[in-house]
Design a protein around this ligand. Structure first.
Ligand code: TXA
Ligand code: MG
Length: 340
């Protein structure tokens, strides 16, 4: 791959204009969403999409989310049933991704959807993302703007650290406010949670008035590696370099400690570094800090990161899901970053 001069532009009128010309030319631009930074390409341009997979080192069987400005644009890509329409009405713009049957006339290329007959669609709520999507007028595929297998970026600096020289532009609007990726629901027949995310399961269940099914990780793990249910849910994902130990109640010498809440383990003093996701034990604050703190601890030189227990309630489900992926054995060490 040819090295590109990656520019960082502060969000504003000029940066949006620059982003639009990069997209129109088939280039790659990272931009903020309310969840994490995404790496955008024109979804209808197969060579742009191919370059995006290459920049991320993402296996091309792992499909991308098409981002659009509003429901009307989303309905040109996918078939919405009554439940999907209600969900879109309630949660868009916002951190919800819907996996739906792809329309025959869908302009998004087969490469972007990895040849599946479904497509993931999202209408982000971040003002910068919205400005770009509205003005561009075509769907933009945008996976998290990290190198495949690394933790998702919540700042322009994170994007630069992973992708400098591989992409054209980063639009910098400071920290991504939510810090975990969108919740992914499949609405194909029944409603199934494919990825816990920034909208807690309980909020969606309350809205729909009933429990939603979950695509069991066991099924994904046992499934065909080439075509897992939500292909990005391959076991080892969001992987820091250090080993990660969840639900830690003690600290080993040399550990970095990722703490949660006001009460630290009695032997916390053994930790070489401590960062607290939320001193007050607030899962929303913890989600916003998660990926940044994982990056900081990972680059601190610690060989292991001990993570204190985090409740499974509300955003805790998404946080624990990401931590489980980060803690999973690297089954594909020879091929770093098989997901992403
Ligand atoms: O918050 C987010 O969703 C961020 C921001 C940038 O929008 N994007 C993001 O994209 O997290 P990515 O590519 O890192 O994760 C998308 C996930 C992957 O696990 C992928 O396998 C899954 O969505 N996915 C995409 N299309 C799918 C489909 N048709 N069926 C099932 N899963 C799909
Ligand atoms: Mg990702």
């Amino acid at each position: 791959m040819l090295a590109l001069a990656t520019r960082i532009a502060q969000a504003g009128h000029g940066a949006i204009k620059e982003a639009l010309s990069v997209l129109a030319a088939g280039g790659l631009v990272a931009f903020p969403t309310e969840t994490v930074y995404g790496l955008g390409a024109d979804a209808t341009n197969d060579s742009a999409v191919a370059n995006l997979y290459a920049a991320k080192e993402r296996p091309s069987f792992n499909p991308l989310i098409a981002h659009v400005a509003d429901l009307a644009a989303a309905r040109r890509l996918a078939r919405f049933d009554a439940v999907a329409l209600r969900l879109a009405g309630a949660f868009w713009p916002g951190p919800l991704t819907l996996v739906l049957p792809r329309l025959d006339l869908c302009p998004v290329g087969q490469l972007a959807t990895a040849g599946l007959d479904t497509i993931a669609v999202r209408v982000p709520g971040h003002a910068v993302a919205r400005d770009i999507l509205l003005a561009f007028g075509k769907p933009v595929v945008a996976p998290s703007a990290n190198r495949s297998g690394r933790v998702s970026p919540t700042s322009a600096e994170h994007v630069y650290a992973d992708l400098a020289g591989r992409i054209d532009l980063i639009v910098d609007a400071g920290a991504a406010p939510l810090g975990v990726e969108s919740t992914i629901l499949a609405c194909i027949g029944r409603t199934t949670l494919l990825r816990p995310g920034a909208i807690p399961r309980a909020v969606i269940e309350r809205f729909l008035g009933g429990e939603i099914a979950t695509a069991a990780m066991a099924d994904v793990a046992a499934g065909d590696e080439e075509r897992p249910i939500s292909p990005g849910m391959l076991a080892s994902h969001y992987a820091p370099r250090a080993l990660l130990r969840m639900n830690a109640v003690t600290v080993a010498p040399g550990d970095a400690l990722l703490a949660f809440g006001p009460v630290l383990p009695p032997d916390a003093g053994k930790a070489r570094t401590i960062l607290n996701l939320s001193d007050g034990g607030d899962v929303v604050e913890a989600a916003a800090n998660l990926f940044n703190y994982l990056r900081i601890l990972d680059s601190s030189g610690a060989s292991s990161i001990a993570v204190m227990p985090i409740p499974e309630t509300e955003l805790g489900e998404a946080i624990n899901d990401r931590l489980r992926h980060a803690a999973a054995p690297r089954h594909n060490a020879a091929r770093p970053g098989a997901a992403g």
